[in-house]
Design a binder for this molecule. Sequence first.
Ligand SMILES: Nc1nc2c(ncn2[C@@H]2O[C@H](COP(=O)(O)OP(=O)(O)OP(=O)(O)O)[C@@H](O)[C@H]2O)c(=O)[nH]1
Ligand SMILES: [Mg+2]
Length: 305
Amino acid sequence: MSIFDKFKIGFKKSATSLTSGLRDIIVKKEIDDNTLNKIEDFLIQSDVGVTASEEIKNEISGEKIDPKKDLLNEINLIIKKYIINLMKPLEKDNFFKKKDNLNVILISGVNGVGKTTTIGKIGKILKSHGNKVIFSASDTFRAAAIEQLENWAQKIGVEIIKSSQGADPASVAYKTLEEASKNNYTHALIDTAGRLQNKKNLMDEYKKIANVTKKMDSDAPHEVLLILDATSGQNVINQVEEFNKIIPITGLIMTKLDGTAKGGILIAVAKKYKLPIVALGLGEKEDDLQIFNADKFAEAFVDIS
Ligand SMILES: Nc1nc2c(ncn2[C@@H]2O[C@H](COP(=O)(O)OP(=O)(O)OP(=O)(O)O)[C@@H](O)[C@H]2O)c(=O)[nH]1
Ligand SMILES: [Mg+2]
């Protein structure tokens, strides 16, 4: 199956919802103000965000649409073009390329968004590009969390450094980086416990993990990836805001886009923060992570044919 087919299957819910919503609205042969406002409202309801929805409305209103053409299709094309213009600059596919030096990657996000699963999936892609990958089980909060990451390490065949439940997460990260620099690893992925962005002690612990990596390399962490769950709706906006204040985010990964009809939230986040988007989670399995590509995203999001 091609990457594009996978995108399409993953986005089926969002794409079906968008197309059927627009089809219900676009009943006339031409676009009047009432229809334009309905389109805008519908996009806002689809979590595309107020600013992007208004801009899309303006794009549609400013376009001279040939009345001989299929209106729904023309509007889909305008939305697709808008998404590509907005999101093309946010691609970050060099993230997965072969590297020569150690890249320390801190994985953050609130509870249950898919951090540990995503580390497994990222590890697999990095490894397939010839990188040498090690995991740090720095979510020491639950024994099951350590075991979960261990299972992923085994499944994709990478090294892991762990400690027992309750151990200091920062010291596990430090040990991982010692091992990584001794044995020429190219990527150390640090799993962290899910935390609410408003719990100060947990956020301090998160900062401590990042600070400890600096003892090894003053440029570390080289990447801070915030994992967002597409099914959380508008809450993700607040998560980006708060996590970004603690340690600047260098990339986003949105998971569970397969489980929602509101994949438009990614557009809202892109519009508001302009942060690079590394990949998208479109399922629970090891190959269900798609390197972010704006054209493919736009095509899959808008089109169900
Ligand atoms: N459908 C779907 N499920 C996903 C995706 N990513 C992760 N999951 C599922 O979401 C659940 C939580 O994933 P975890 O990786 O444990 O999330 P976490 O952020 O590490 O959770 P905590 O460590 O408890 O904070 C698991 O059941 C995963 O299989 C995705 O892209 N799509
Ligand atoms: Mg986890």
